[in-house]
Design a protein around this ligand. Structure first.
Ligand SMILES: Nc1ncnc2c1ncn2[C@@H]1O[C@H](COP(=O)(O)OP(=O)(O)OP(=O)(O)O)[C@@H](O)[C@H]1O
Ligand SMILES: [Mg+2]
Length: 222
């Protein structure tokens, strides 16, 4: 069996003013996992995703990425991130935003064709030449997801990716995300308040006041 992609041991994250955003979180993400990260607003989902994605460091405990290689090479090659807040570069078109990870990795040749194919599969082809300021919040979120997938990373971390979508659009969009990952061993972790999205994932992690209080099914999250 291959190494787990990520192992968190006893992670804590204290912010200033005594906010304990994470408390003693143990978790493990295996290749191909489909994990819904759920819990009340403020329970620590975004904080955990940022630590798993290597954007933030824990103030207690440890994290390793045994299946993803060196820390400096985690993003964007190994980990694709979709942020909860708007994150498209305002000066770049939608297509240029999606292509950016490939361009930064020197894969200019693949960038155009891969980007077009991905936008088309999400039904977003018509938005390719628009600037972020011309996009709705929900359109921007879907473009950000396409950007996270374009490198075919081993781990995709998506923070409320359907937060600004109506329920029909959210279902179509999420179908496409799962189709894009079908037949790959890419793991997907989605922080979500959308029960329809959470129900599509094989594993559910529930957070409560910074603790990972339930992992279902247990054997997947050991
Ligand atoms: N940079 C920060 N500085 C101080 N406190 C923070 C910071 N980021 C998050 N927090 C606090 O940490 C706790 C967890 O926040 P987090 O954003 O992880 O919650 P969440 O589960 O993602 O919530 P939501 O569902 O609203 O997105 C909250 O109490 C929040 O106020
Ligand atoms: Mg959040």
């Amino acid at each position: 069996m291959s190494d787990p992609l990520v192992i968190c041991r006893g992670i804590g994250r204290n912010f200033q003013r005594g906010v304990a955003a994470l408390r003693d979180v143990h978790c493990r993400i295996s290749a191909g996992a489909r994990i819904a990260l759920v819990g009340r607003s403020g329970s620590g989902k975004t904080t955990l995703l940022h630590i798993v994605g290597g954007l933030d460091r824990p103030t207690a405990g440890s994290i390793e990425w045994p299946g993803l290689g060196p820390f400096d090479e985690l993003r964007p090659r190994q980990i694709g991130l979709v942020f909860q807040s708007p994150s498209l570069f305002p000066a770049l078109t939608a297509a240029q935003n999606v292509a950016l990870p490939l361009v930064l990795a020197g894969e200019h040749m693949a960038a155009g064709a891969n980007t077009r194919a991905l936008l088309d599969s999400f039904g977003l082809g018509e938005l390719a030449d628009k600037l972020p300021e011309e996009l709705s919040g929900g359109q921007s979120q879907r473009i950000a997801m396409a950007r996270a997938l374009v490198m075919r990373p081993k781990l995709v971390l998506a923070d409320e990716p359907t937060g600004q979508l109506d329920s029909v659009t959210a279902q179509f969009f999420f179908d496409t995300v799962l189709e894009q990952l079908e037949g790959t061993d890419t793991a997907l972790v989605v922080a979500t308040h959308d029960e329809a999205v959470a129900a599509r994932m094989a594993t559910r992690w529930t957070m409560d006041h910074g603790r990972l209080v339930s992992e279902w099914p247990r054997h997947e999250a050991a």
